[in-house]
Design a protein around this ligand. Structure first.
Ligand code: 5GP
Ligand code: MN
Length: 326
């Protein structure tokens, strides 16, 4: 998808920028907002505020610029609000963010009723491309269209965005475009092994212990594989939700299943689910039926109830989806 001149003009013609990503951010979210901020700085924009409701996960703190990301919304009004790697205000975790113009740069499918929402009615411009492997691809295209020369700090952020959202260039979204851009980013100074080492070979010991406890719950039935992480496991290992970031990858590895689910206990009787598809089942539809969202092959939602109740409800929906997909 091409970046519209409308979007380029909104950026060129304004001075102050408030950039925000989604709650529970990962490498694509943090990498994308950081690269955008660095790019705007290179254009000479001085007033840039970068916001992430849940801050920066420990494992991503090595990324250039990430130390400047704030958790609290500023009081003042900005010229432009850039919503990145999500497409609703709700997903940013903030109720209200003040700006004269709002733009969305994202690769998620917008909610069905998006057009009717206040946010979409007042959008100055946007690039929403569910075909893009990562929001980082859209930021890369935006920076290129703005004739910004990608330096090594932007490259490290964008390469991380691509690497994380394609699962290390393995998932079905690993496209010609993604690899071509990754190649440009390496030429611009991104160092694949240094970045991979930070992301995949620097896991805190306590997170591995949490994985051990969680993996012990691995189970499989009717084409579904799943694991659970309970509040008790977090307590025992002194860990938090961000230590379980990629846990859903483990049930997904199981042979002969269609859908993997990770149940994470966030609160008493509140579970955050990560759903992953092996290619046939649209898990975004399942997540949406529980008030969440995401992509065809990776989606999430929150459900209230005991673990047993939540699993019963979810497995019923997944079983139906597997049957329909056949
Ligand atoms: P994860 O399972 O890693 O949290 O998320 C997988 C994908 O689904 C990501 O693209 C994420 O942004 C999206 N996602 C996760 N949880 C939610 C949710 O509660 N609502 C929506 N709309 N998207 C979600
Ligand atoms: Mn993303």
């Amino acid at each position: 998808m091409k970046i519209s001149s409308k979007l380029l003009n909104v950026i060129r013609q304004n001075k102050s920028f408030l950039i925000v990503c989604h709650i529970n951010p990962e490498g694509d979210a943090i990498g994308s907002i950081s690269a955008l901020a660095l790019g705007l700085k290179q254009m000479g924009k001085k007033d840039i505020f970068v916001l992430s409701k849940d801050g920066v996960p420990e494992i991503l703190k090595f990324l250039p610029f990430s130390g400047l990301i704030k958790k609290k919304a500023p009081k003042k009004e900005f010229d432009v609000l850039c919503i990145v790697d999500c497409n609703t205000l709700e997903r940013t975790g903030f109720k209200e963010l003040k700006a004269k113009h709002t733009v969305i740069i994202d690769h998620h499918i917008p909610p069905d009723d998006a057009d009717k929402s206040e946010l979409y009615r007042q959008l100055a411009a946007s690039v929403i491309d569910p075909g893009a492997a990562a929001a980082g691809i859209l930021i890369y295209k935006l920076l290129a269209a703005l004739k910004i020369s990608i330096d090594k700090n932007m490259a490290a952020n964008l390469y991380t965005a691509l690497l994380v959202d394609t699962g290390g260039f393995r998932y079905s979204n690993t496209s010609h475009e993604a690899l071509k851009i990754a190649c440009h980013l390496i030429r611009a100074g991104a160092r694949p092994w240094d970045l991979a080492k930070e992301l995949y070979e620097s896991i805190p010991f306590k997170s591995m212990k949490l994985l051990g406890l969680s993996l012990a719950t691995l189970d499989k039935k009717d084409g579904i594989a799943w694991i659970n992480t309970t509040a008790d496991m977090f307590r025992k290992t002194g860990t938090t939700a961000e230590d379980s970031e990629d846990f859903v990858d483990f049930p997904r590895k199981v042979k002969d299943i269609e859908v993997a689910v990770f149940f994470r206990e966030d609160d008493n009787n509140v579970f955050k689910l990560s759903l992953r598809s092996k290619g046939k089942v649209n898990v975004e539809k399942i997540a949406k039926s529980f008030g969440g969202g995401g992509h065809f092959a990776a989606a999430g939602c929150k459900i209230k109830g005991t673990l047993q109740e939540v699993q019963k409800k979810v497995f019923e929906e997944v079983r139906k989806a597997i049957k329909d997909a056949k």
